[in-house]
Design a protein around this ligand. Structure first.
Ligand SMILES: Cc1cc2nc3c(=O)[nH]c(=O)nc-3n(C[C@H](O)[C@H](O)[C@H](O)COP(=O)(O)OP(=O)(O)OC[C@H]3O[C@@H](n4cnc5c(N)ncnc54)[C@H](O)[C@@H]3O)c2cc1C
Length: 394
């Protein structure tokens, strides 16, 4: 939508072909329906949070910055708010307002939108023939923005990779990313639904610590999810063994946490161990941690030894989960991998192999963490491809 609007604003006659019966189906479910539309950080922040091929995006991020994304939507009448971590959302908390704004942009820039029309094939010559279920379109230039493979129910079923391959492009291996993690530990399902707001996490593989973060984690029936887990999943390597260490008390070091535990033990000295932890831990976690500690739940707290207390502190500082894998594309926020960026000009998003073929968005082998960065990638690359498309044709 951004690419189409930018190309039409630049003077191209643009037709946007969409297979769904409405535009922006994925966009409308982003950010749990609230749409984290960008991140109000500078270009350096965008680059730092892009993990897959950040340097390829330098020109696109500079050409269309997150400040421009904010101005773009405000100009279209969407009031935005900046939340924790510079994450930007519509003040209405409705992703649908972002979709409507994009639709207005397309109307304003006079893009012909054709819905319910799946592109089935593209012939690449000096002119391009785009074949669809309902007929063929001749074009001087084509911008492929079919997305990746994540959440295929929204329309992104990977058709664009087929067209890119046909044009001679290589596709870097495709993996689900920003996805929940499966954990083998039997106690995990007992915690289903528990949200921990301020925890630290460390993902470890055979290579050592591969990712650390701080924030919100959610237990599910199969393992763990939530923003910090989604970001950590980007660093999961298939075939490696991974463990996740959850620091339940990141604000306290072991010594301070021990002192805190001791205070609670003194306060509840006549209680059983199981009943002495209410001030320290969420209720649902207590039986799990007590069981993992090996200390009898019926033990009076004044009978808990110093060594047992130290081990319990360590358990709270690192609740260990065995990660057995990631959920697949059906539950992934994005796709890692895509059209090899060495074959695309970063200053224009034009194919280096086929003149007049452009790429933008998740179809490219670029990806970022959670925080509004992936939509910014789509907007920046879309704007660049659209605005350079006209020059390519002339
Ligand atoms: C649940 C979820 C939540 C997310 N939340 C956020 C968030 O809050 N912030 C953020 O930055 N990112 C978020 N993302 C990621 C972000 O939505 C994507 O990175 C972004 O939408 C990619 O944009 P795109 O235009 O490249 O692809 P898409 O948004 O996938 O759009 C591709 C379009 O191409 C159409 N299409 C595909 N094949 C054909 C064909 N053959 N013919 C015609 N049309 C076709 C599809 O129907 C689709 O409409 C989220 C993703 C998911 C799944």
């Amino acid at each position: 939508m951004m690419a189409a609007g930018a190309a039409a604003s630049g003077g191209c006659e643009v037709t946007l072909l969409e297979k769904n019966n409405r535009l922006g189906r994925k966009l409308s479910i982003t950010g749990k329906g609230r749409c984290n539309v960008t991140n109000a950080c500078g270009a350096d922040g965008l680059l730092a949070n892009t993990i897959g091929n950040p340097q390829f995006l330098r020109a696109a991020f500079n050409r269309f910055t997150s400040a421009q994304t904010i101005a773009f939507f405000e100009d279209l009448g969407v009031k935005l708010v900046v939340e924790r971590g510079h994450r930007v959302f519509p003040a209405s908390e409705q992703a649908a307002d972002i979709v409507s704004a994009m639709e207005n942009y397309l109307v304003r820039s006079k893009v012909a939108v054709v819905l319910n029309n799946t592109v089935t094939d593209i012939e690449f010559g000096a002119g391009k023939t785009v074949k669809t279920r309902d007929g063929a379109y001749e074009a001087d230039a084509v911008i492929l923005t079919t997305g990746g493979l994540a959440y295929p129910a929204t329309g992104s079923t990977g058709d664009g990779f087929r067209f890119a391959k046909k044009a001679g492009h290589h596709i870097s291996p495709l993996h689900p990313s920003l996805t929940p993690m499966r954990a083998d530990d039997p106690w995990v399902s007992d915690l289903q639904g528990l949200v921990l707001k301020n925890v630290g996490i460390r993902l470890q593989s055979g290579k050592g610590s591969v990712y650390t973060d701080f924030g919100e984690l959610l237990f599910t029936h199969f393992g763990v999810s939530g923003p910090v887990i989604l970001s950590a999943s980007r660093f999961f390597t298939e075939g490696d063994t991974h463990t996740l260490c959850v620091d339940l008390k990141p604000a306290l070091d072991e010594q301070a946490l021990d002192a805190r535990l001791l205070r609670d033990f003194q306060k509840y000295k006549n209680k059983n161990f199981l009943n002495a932890l209410d001030d320290l831990l969420p209720r649902a976690l207590i039986p799990v941690l007590v069981s993992l500690s090996g200390i009898s739940p019926e033990r009076k707290v004044n009978g808990v030894t110093k060594t047992e207390r130290r081990d319990f502190v360590r358990l709270m500082k690192c609740l260990r989960l065995s990660v057995s894998g990631l959920l697949g594309f059906d539950n992934a926020v994005i796709t890692r991998g895509g059209v090899n960026v060495k074959e695309v000009n970063p200053s224009t998003m034009e194919s280096r192999l086929v003149k007049g073929l452009y790429f933008a968005g998740e179809i490219l082998d670029v990806d970022a963490l959670t925080g509004g960065y992936n939509l910014q990638i789509a907007f920046s690359t879309g704007f660049l491809a659209g605005s350079r498309c006209m020059e390519g044709i002339m």
